[in-house]
Design a protein around this ligand. Sequence first.
Ligand code: PMP
Length: 432
Amino acid sequence: RSAEFLARQRVYESNARSYPRRLPIAIEQAAGSLVRDVDGNVFIDFLTGAGVLSLGHNHPELVAAVTAQLGVLTHGLDFPTPVREAFVEAQLAMLPEPMRDRMKIHFCGPTGANAVDAALKLCKTATGRGDVISFQGGFHGSSHAAMALTGLVSQKRPIPNGVPGIHFFPYSYCARCPIGLTPASCATNCVNYLERALTDGNGGVPLPAAVVMEMIQGEGGIIPATTEFVRRVRTLTRELGIPLVVDEVQTGCGRTGTWFAFEEYGIEPDVIIASKALSGIGTPVALILYDAELDTWAPGAHTGTFRGNQLAFAAGVAAAHIVQRDDILGNVTRRGAQIAELLKPLLADPWVLEVRGRGLIWGIEFADPASGRPSGRLAAAVQLAALRGGLIVEVGGREDDVVRLMPPLNVDEATVETACSILLDAIRTAKA
Ligand code: PMP
């Protein structure tokens, strides 16, 4: 039956589909970490709606929260409502203490890309500057501006006349250093290069409105920035008066073991972009949190119809509560350590270039040992073999050569063990 659904989808929806091209199943129902397809096959889900379903599918308390809100108020534009206010308070309370009082919130929904666009507009308004710095291999969404900001070339559609004034700099991708350095010979040359470009009066880049970065490049292949890289970028942007925007659409809401990934780096950004897992159950919501000093928008300067999804707010209040009550961040850290341990055998595999991640966001990068070239072919074969074994994983990376794991944040120990064992089997099968 999956095959029939897929065939009909091809007729109705042309070639713009993405996930089912690689994961050829039609899904019908899901609970917790498990998904059932229309043929009754059950899979462990380590894709979780692209990181959206942070508490698993259909968490009963989130279902109850949404159900209770239905029939009360579903859509409220940007009028104040009790549930909106509760959501705002819950979000601000999740920030590190020193940031709580000085950050403001603006809803930009419904998707992450909308919030990325909003962050660009806000920083351009606040600084009066038009240029923006972004990083090679990053991903920020599919709207026109978010895609222009995206450095992940494989994801960029060939759109002529993209948003002008976006400058790309190397990200700290040490496994495949863009300028061929090794960690020993590096001395954070990527930041030195950025610093030089920003301060060079003779042909560097104009002082930008913002530097936008992911703490871990997600779609780009689960590449955590090095601590030194992030701290130097923070120091540099602060010295030069450039707002630092962190895109936490994928890494936010507990995915890395802290509420936001920037916390582990010991920095404070000026703007935070969040979306995916805010509601925990897939009811869409997107927002920016930003330093009050950037608050230069006149009333009505950035509007949008879908900025008041009360169902998302209700679920999000419950999700934030559950994260705290059930020590979900502790589970993320423990299960992350378990994944690191279970995947250790891969470090000796000549086809595995690197195993990277933290918390519950992991990537396994494959390369052909003969040529050293990225092996997208093997990553795709592993993904399919894992599906056949009963595990859904995603593929990403600059050459589609990284298998990505993003389990629900409340995944249990036994499920992680089963999933990793399916994955190791899938790698053996795919290599054979
Ligand atoms: N930023 C990052 C870091 C993302 O990973 C994504 C989505 N994968 C986006 C922005 C865009 O979010 P959306 O697809 O909801 O527009």
